[in-house]
Design a protein around this ligand. Sequence first.
Ligand code: MF3
Ligand code: CO
Ligand code: CO
Length: 269
Amino acid sequence: MPIIIKTAQEIEAMRLACRLAAEVLDHVAPFVRAGVTTGELDRVCHDYMVGVQGTVPAPLNYAPPGYRPYPRSICTSVNHQVCHGIPGERVLKNGDILNIDITVIKDGFHGDTSRMFMVGEPSVAARRLCQVTFECMWAGIDQVRPGATLGDIGHSVQRHAEASGFSVVREFCGHGIGRSFHEEPQVLHYGRPGTGERLEPGMIFTVEPMINAGRREVRELGDGWTIVTRDHSLSAQWEHTVLVTASGHEVLSMSAGAPARPEQLPAVA
Ligand code: MF3
Ligand code: CO
Ligand code: CO
């Protein structure tokens, strides 16, 4: 399957879907507090998507080959959970960090974005991991322009993560997105400059690095979805959906509440 180049009309539909996904994160943010369960966050998001936005939560019953249907509407990955954490009875407590990952479908198009949230006052180490991972995502996004390669993105993410003493998860990556949740290309968060597919205007994909405080190895829990770090070190992730434009890129999954791109990004070779 080749990489789909989106038409002007499809891009307009993706702008809407991605903004709506980001607005679900804006909506849920004040509910993320000590004492709330991840299941309650799922319900808050589900009700907003279905009842207010008229969007469809893409994760609900999503079942790629080899997976059982995903049972909830969002992913909540707490502390050493890397991604695809299933909301449930877990109660958030002071010091937790968690990723909330939202994918909505609007008019047949998918918008996908995630952010880190902090409960109360996490440790300095946890806050630094969240901040560096945010910078890693933006360092990757910064590379997106026609003629650049996927390897440029991966390299830029990896360089900042490893220079900060962290590791990059290899088993999961960004992805093309549009009428399908996961399309080509695979956007690895490590790599060598100048390698891999060359970017062209009209491509839309996510940049969503998963960065571990300790070793990069992960494993899957018995629920068939939740991914955790093998060494139980903390993990963080941020995600945006990005369009390649004629002059560079447009981050589609912005919203009023989305944190701004960092002022200072590491220089990349
Ligand atoms: N939103 C995730 C991504 O960024 C995928 C979640 S699949 C689910 O690609 F089924 F767990 F929701
Ligand atoms: Co994604
Ligand atoms: Co996502």
